[in-house]
Design a protein around this ligand. Structure first.
Ligand SMILES: C[S@@+](CC[C@H](N)C(=O)[O-])C[C@H]1O[C@@H](n2cnc3c(N)ncnc32)[C@H](O)[C@@H]1O
Length: 226
């Protein structure tokens, strides 16, 4: 099945109003374009009304991985951003069934959210299995670009890390080259990149691509210390 159809296979259960109110925020494209200042900024204070550390997954999809982190670390806040609503409804159902109080899902195009990033607010950013967008007309939809790194760098805490992974070899090597060209980041590992990832709970797309026998290619970087 083509990658772009995989999200359509998701069948979330109906959500009640309380679950939507608790877990889902909409950052609509028109509002973000014209008045980004009217939306809560991406920091614990504005989204959770506390000062706990914050982790972000860009393109979280159904968020099995992020929800498992939130369940394991109740003293940390988590936000999952996705441009598609259907996987987010599934993510909300998972968070609700685990009764999580430290996770929120933002329905938004992340590339429009750069003005809402707060300096030194994110201790971890995950971009796991981003859409490859290999067709020429979709090039501008790529997630990990020099502009993305420009936005994420100041938003990371001094120890903050960025985790990138995909099964798609061409996309991985493109992301690797983009990150390696940015001298403000350094790898957290001695190897040029890592193969495999064994979290307690794997994301939906990690499970799909591993089932197809594809190796998971991974890169972790942090800000270079001054
Ligand atoms: C292949 S899925 C991976 C989902 C999840 N990270 C996982 O590992 O299962 C990629 C996700 O990125 C989302 N996405 C693509 N472009 C985006 C954007 N500009 N802003 C936010 N989410 C985006 C898609 O809707 C999709 O849910």
């Amino acid at each position: 099945m083509p990658r772009r159809l995989l999200s359509r296979q998701i069948r979330p259960r109906p959500l009640d109003d309380q679950e939507i109110k608790q877990y889902l925020r909409v950052y609509n494209a028109r509002g973000l374009y014209h008045h980004p200042e009217t939306f809560p900024r991406l920091c614990s204070q504005q989204l959770f009304e506390n000062s706990a550390p914050l982790e972000l997954e860009v393109g979280c999809g159904t968020a099995e991985f992020l929800c498992s982190l939130a369940a394991r670390e109740p003293g940390v806040n988590f936000i999952g951003v996705d441009i598609a609503l259907r996987p987010l409804h599934k993510a909300v159902a998972i968070a609700s069934s685990l009764q999580l109080t430290n996770i929120l899902f933002l329905h938004a195009n992340f590339s429009q959210m750069y003005p809402l990033l707060e300096p030194r607010s994110l201790r971890q950013v995950y971009v796991h299995f981003p859409d490859p967008n290999t067709r020429p007309k979709f090039q501008r939809r790529k997630m990990v670009t020099p502009a993305f790194l420009e936005a994420i760098h100041p938003a990371l805490t001094s120890e903050g890390e960025l985790s990138l992974m995909t099964d798609h070899s061409a996309l991985f090597h493109e992301m690797l080259a983009t990150v390696e060209a940015d001298s403000r980041f350094q790898k957290t590992h001695a190897e040029r990149y890592l193969i495999g990832f064994e979290p307690e709970v794997k994301s939906r797309f990690q499970r799909i691509w591993e089932h197809h026998g594809l190796p998971i290619l991974r890169l972790e970087v942090r800000k270079k210390q001054p």
